[in-house]
Design a binder for this molecule. Structure first.
Ligand code: NAD
Ligand code: TYD
Length: 361
């Protein structure tokens, strides 16, 4: 039975990935999820898995060398899928240090622990030991708003935010392990994800949460920035396909030719909420375009991201399957059906985060 060590599995993409993997492989695999449970980590995302014999949660920080070393010592890990990171650009602008600690140092600890556990005395690695580093297209910087330039695996890195700089640093560390030690790894650089369990600091769940409670919808700058949106299950599938079918030591970009301007997303979320909310739901009265408020721009705001997923399509046969209209409906339906989840994650610290981040924009 193959054993996976998933880091950051209590977060948005990690928890969707774990669900995807159990749907796909059932009892053929074992998953160990290691997560520090920061504000972004939530065990409620995995509640339905708690009684599974082939799923284990370990509460640990990826920068904690002894704790991570112990996990490798006590378990014969075949695959590492490394999601754990500080992931929000706005937070990286106010508190950059923790991004360096978790994203760079944490990745170094993960790499070194896997290397120590896997490497043979002659410097080779057993067949089937693989490390997949989950990264972002933001490492490539910003594209012109021309509708025809794209990020490729060969695009030079040009990160602008402390978040993307720290992810670039972690990518370079993984590359250095592959080049120096022939360490068996892959890197995936993916565009903006959306779907269930996303923390409402990111654009789409923040809009849903605010609109439902009649709060303003903050749009940074002119609202014309472009992001390339990918449904989270399509990402999970891409990660698994890269790890099983990709060539070792290669980078694959995962994205969906699904570019939208932020203001289009705002309009779509409002329209879809009005379509899905029942006539007698009191929250309907809150949802309106009048909530839109253009606010001060994000510092260093990247204009456009867009991935050309040509390599992953040609070599592995991966393509996004979820149409945006369907994905956004599924996502909004999930938030409507999981109000308790939303209430729990927005109680406590979230309020003070929100005040601090948005009060003087
Ligand atoms: P998230 O913020 O929702 O989840 C991050 C998880 O990592 C949380 O469960 C958190 O508790 C955990 N974590 C944070 N610091 C940790 C530490 N020091 N030790 C152990 N666990 C720690 O993030 P996400 O959106 O699910 O992103 C997952 C990964 O995918 C990240 O590496 C991110 O850079 C990358 N990525 C995200 C997107 C996106 O659109 N969200 C796009 C491309 C790539
Ligand atoms: P976000 O979800 O933070 O993802 P990223 O910065 O990693 O792309 O933001 C997506 C886009 O939405 C980005 O251009 C910034 C913008 N945005 C707003 O206009 N208002 C908001 O309140 C937030 C959180 C983001």
């Amino acid at each position: 039975m193959r054993t996976y060590l998933v880091t950051g599995g209590a977060g948005f993409i990690g928890s969707n990935y774990i669900h995807y993997m159990f749907r796909k492989y059932g009892d053929e695999i074992r998953i160990i999820n290691v997560d520090a449970l920061t504000y972004a980590g939530n065990l409620a995302n995995l509640k339905d898995l708690e009684d599974r014999g082939n799923y284990t949660f370990i509460h640990a920080d990826i920068t904690d060398k002894p704790a991570i070393g112990k996990i490798f010592k006590e378990n014969d890990i075949d695959r590492v899928v490394h999601f754990a990171a500080e992931s929000h650009v706005d937070r990286s602008i106010t508190t950059p240090e923790v991004f360096v600690t978790t994203n760079v140092l944490g990745t170094a600890v993960m790499l070194n622990s896997a290397k120590a556990a896997w490497e043979r005395p002659d410097g080779t690695y057993p067949e089937g030991k693989k490390f997949l580093h989950v990264s972002t297209d933001e490492v490539y910087g910003s594209l012109p708003d021309d509708g025809k330039s794209y990020f490729y695996e060969t695009t030079p890195y040009s990160p602008h935010s402390p978040y993307s700089a720290s992810k670039a640093g972690s990518d370079f560390l993984v590359k250095s392990y592959m080049d120096t030690y022939h360490f068996p790894a892959n890197i995936t650089n993916t565009s903006n994800n959306y779907g269930p369990y996303q923390f409402p600091e990111k654009l789409i769940p923040l809009l849903i949460n605010n609109a439902l409670s009649g709060r303003e919808l903050p749009v940074y700058g002119d609202g014309m920035n472009i992001r390339d949106w990918l449904y989270v299950d399509d990402h999970a599938k891409g990660i698994d396909m890269v790890q099983e079918q990709g060539k070792l030591f290669e980078t694959y970009n995962i994205g969906g030719h699904n570019e939208k301007r932020n203001i289009e997303i705002v309009h779509l979320v409002i329209d879809t909420l009005l379509e899905l909310l029942p006539e007698d739901d009191p929250r309907r009265a809150n949802v309106s375009r009048d909530l839109i408020r253009f606010v001060g721009d994000r510092k260093g705001h990247d204009r456009r991201y867009a991935i050309a997923p040509d390599k992953i399509k040609a070599e592995i046969g991966w393509e996004p399957e979820t149409k945006f209209e369907d994905g956004i409906r599924k996502t909004i339906r999930w938030y409507l059906d999981n109000q308790e989840w939303l209430q729990n994650v927005t109680s406590g610290d979230y309020q003070s985060y929100y005040e601090k981040m948005y009060s003087n924009r």
